[in-house]
Every structure is written in structure tokens, then in C-alpha cells.
Write a protein that binds this ligand. Structure first.
Ligand SMILES: *Cc1c(COP(=O)(O)O)cnc(C)c1O
Length: 405
């Protein structure tokens, strides 16, 4: 210990200065202590805020039926799961959830994971490796990108939604195993991938398509069955060329994720996914809560209808309110509504202006988004009211006029 203190110029002494540099670039992130309240309100550092930062799109995260199901699960199965499902087995609740997820999404079989990040970083390297080829949309979520890097396959990154570039890259690739990876609903822009066109390309070039539907599951498609169902590509029309992945901590209101597809693909992933094999199983109390969540997602059409009305109201209000300003409302049909502001400090200033009005909208900065496209990421939820939307539109209109940017 003493000898460490004698070293000069150790890299270990550089962290305070490196953190100060993050401060200087307006890139330092902070966590606040929050207490969920009724509706879309959060008590943040003791103050009540109307929140537009949550991916709880259907307003299910605090639903009493889910809380009860989690308690029932804890009473029946305890709170821990002790080891990997392949070592100590998984509970009947986890197994039933996998059957429910497969049925709900119209796929042959599903595998339930404790987190979406771990799902993608695990399944991509299980599917492709050295000598294989990966094709990745430039705006894909970080965990797809990290999974791609871990795999060791050659990565072809195509410009966002540029299917001509994707086709060219697929055509030029000599690799026998080709995997196309894409968000179904892009997490920072809210736009929806052209899944039928992606699938057609995968068919033409004998590629497998992995879709991350973290932001579409529960929201898109009939009864919230997801983005594949939205395009009529699930159930009888499910393609053995598609792996469907979605997370369960967003619209489903709980935690975890799953991947679904053909029996052979899911069996392979069960055998080969290191983040599944070498990790402790998700606790059964989450699986029991998720089974209840799936029922509510399926039944409560009003949540999706209400959300659609809110999206339309916000877009109409902001299209008018931001006229003549340099801020840009993105072209998004989903619950994710980006307002691109540009510089990091300007986006932070608007976020602070909203915060002073009791509104919490996160500013998203690089590296999450491209340099020069710092933005507000407005996330709408069925827990919002129309009056909540009007409050946000009014505040943003006001800040745009008074030149907060
Ligand atoms: C949130 C998210 C993930 C990660 O899921 P977690 O369950 O939060 O780990 C993966 N992909 C996308 C597109 C996401 O938005």
C-alpha cells in the first residue's frame, strides 16, 4: 500500500481530472433519488415533478395487480434463485412465463433473461463469430453494438435505415453466416424499422434477422404483441429467419427480457449464450409479476388508445409551438418523441428550464446520440393525462420563444 503512494504519475491519480473534464464538456451524468407518485409524477430530491423520462409506456410499473403478483411469487418461491437455470433449474413460474411470452408474440419458443443488455451481449456472440458477418444499423442500441464487438464477427455498420447500403454490404459479403441486427423502434428517435424490407433482404441473402423490440413490445401491434405483429409477421406468418428480442422493464413495467424464435434457434441460444449460462436466473417473483403484466397488456386496449391520443396531441402542439425555432421535433409515430436541440449545453439549459417548471424531461447527449444532436427525449405513457401534455407543450413553446437555446 505504502509503495503505491510513492508512485508519481500513476494513471490512478488521473480520475478526478478526467471527471472534471466530463463536467467541462457537460457530459457528467448524475442520479437523483426518486419516489414514484400517482400518475406520471415522481418526487425528485423532495420535489414533485411531472416525469417524461420513463419507458413505462403503459403505466403498469406501479400497478397494484403486478405488486400483488410479485408478493405472491415471493411467498411461493422466495426472493432469490440461487444459481444459473442450467445448474439449479428454473421455477415453474419462469417456465410458464416463457410459454406465455412465446404464445403472446406468436413465436415457437422463448427464453427469459434477467436483463435486455445481457440478452443482446450474449445472444449475438452465440450466433456469429470470427469469419462470420454482422450488419448493424448505425442507430442501434449500445447492447447490440457491444454484442457485435464481443462476437468477433466482421461488423458492417450501415447508415440509419439505409437499406440500399445494407443490400450492397450483404451482396458484397463472402461470409456464409450473416446476421442483420436492428432496433425495431429506435430508442432515441422513436422511428420504426422497415421490418418487411429487412426480412426480404435477409431472405435474398440467406441472413438471419435479430430485432430488438424494447420499445415496441406491449405498445405496437394488435394487443401490444410487438413490432413483428404490427407488420403481420408473427403467428402463422412468423419467419424462421427472425429472432425477436424484447425487454420487460419498459412497457411490461417489471424487469428482464426475452428472445423468441424457432425451436432450433432458441435451443441453440440456451446451449451457447454465456450471459445466460453463467448468470443467476431471474427471481420467480418477477416471472409471476410478468405473467400478470402480460394479461394486462393483452386486455387493456384503452392504455394503447390513450397513449396514441397523447402522442397526436403532443405532436400537434409542438409542431405549432416550435415554429420559427431551430429546435426540431423528430418524425416519430411512437411514444418516444425527440426534440433535437443541438449543442450539449443548450439541451441541458432547456432541461433545466423545464425542471424549474416542475417538468422532468431528460437531455440526451453524446455518446448516446451523435455529436451536435443533443436532444430532449420525451417519453409518453398511458399514465399521462391530456393536461400533462398541454403543460409540457406550453413550457417548451415558452422556452423556445424566450430563446433558452
Ligand atoms: C433498454 C434497452 C435495452 C436494455 O434492456 P435492459 O433490460 O434495460 O437491460 C436493450 N435494447 C434497447 C433498444 C433498449 O432500449
Amino acid at each position: 500500500m505504502a509503495s503505491t503512494a510513492l508512485l508519481t504519475n500513476s494513471w490512478l491519480d488521473e480520475f478526478p481530472a478526467r471527471i472534471a473534464e466530463l463536467d467541462r464538456l457537460h457530459l457528467r451524468r448524475r442520479r437523483r433519488i426518486v419516489v414514484p407518485q400517482d400518475g406520471a409524477c415522481l418526487e425528485v430530491d423532495g420535489q414533485c415533478m411531472l416525469a417524461f423520462c420513463s419507458n413505462d409506456y403503459l403505466g403498469l410499473a406501479n400497478h397494484p395487480a403486478l405488486v400483488q403478483a410479485a408478493c405472491d411469487g415471493a411467498h411461493a418461491f422466495g426472493v432469490g434463485s440461487a444459481a444459473s437455470p442450467l445448474v439449479s433449474g428454473h421455477t415453474a413460474a419462469n417456465a410458464a412465463l416463457e410459454r406465455d411470452l412465446a404464445r403472446f408474440t406468436g413465436q415457437a419458443r422463448a427464453l427469459y433473461f434477467y436483463a435486455g443488455y445481457a440478452t443482446n451481449t450474449g445472444i449475438v456472440p452465440a450466433l456469429v463469430g470470427k469469419g462470420d458477418a454482422l450488419f448493424s444499423d448505425a442507430l442501434n442500441h449500445a447492447c447490440l453494438i457491444d454484442g457485435a464487438r464481443l462476437s468477433g464477427a466482421q461488423i458492417h455498420r450501415y447508415a440509419h435505415a439505409d437499406l440500399a447500403a445494407l443490400e450492397q454490404a450483404l451482396g458484397n459479403s463472402p461470409a456464409r453466416r450473416k446476421l442483420v441486427i436492428s432496433d425495431a423502434v429506435f430508442s432515441m428517435d422513436g422511428d420504426v424499422a422497415d421490418i418487411p424490407a429487412l426480412l426480404a433482404l435477409c431472405e435474398r441473402y440467406d441472413a438471419l434477422l435479430l430485432l430488438d423490440d424494447a420499445h415496441g413490445f406491449g405498445v405496437m401491434g394488435p394487443q401490444g404483441r410487438g413490432s413483428l405483429a404490427h407488420f403481420g409477421l408473427s403467428g402463422e406468418n412468423a419467419s424462421p429467419r427472425v429472432l425477436y428480442m424484447a425487454t420487460l422493464g419498459k412497457a411490461a413495467g417489471v424487469a428482464g427480457a426475452f428472445v423468441a424464435g424457432s425451436d432450433a434457434l432458441i435451443e441453440w441460444l440456451l446451449q451457447k449464450t454465456r450471459s445466460y449460462i453463467f448468470a443467476t436466473a431471474a427471481p420467480a417473483l418477477l416471472a409471476t409479476a410478468l405473467q400478470t403484466s402480460l394479461q394486462l397488456i393483452e386486455q387493456d386496449e384503452w392504455r394503447r388508445e390513450h397513449l396514441q391520443r397523447l402522442i397526436a396531441r403532443l405532436r400537434q402542439g409542438l409542431t405549432q409551438g416550435l415554429q420559427g425555432s431551430s429546435w426540431q421535433l423528430g418524425e416519430s409515430p411512437t411514444a418516444i418523441q425527440p426534440v433535437v436541440i443541438g449543442p450539449n449545453d443548450a439541451a441541458l439549459a432547456v432541461m433545466e428550464g423545464l425542471r424549474a417548471r416542475g417538468l422532468w424531461v431528460p437531455a440526451i447527449r453524446p455518446p448516446t446520440v451523435a455529436v451536435g444532436t443533443a436532444r430532449l427525449r420525451i417519453a409518453l405513457s398511458a399514465a399521462h393525462t391530456e393536461a400533462d401534455i398541454d403543460r409540457l407543450v406550453l413550457a417548451l413553446t415558452d422556452l423556445a420563444r424566450t430563446g433558452a437555446a
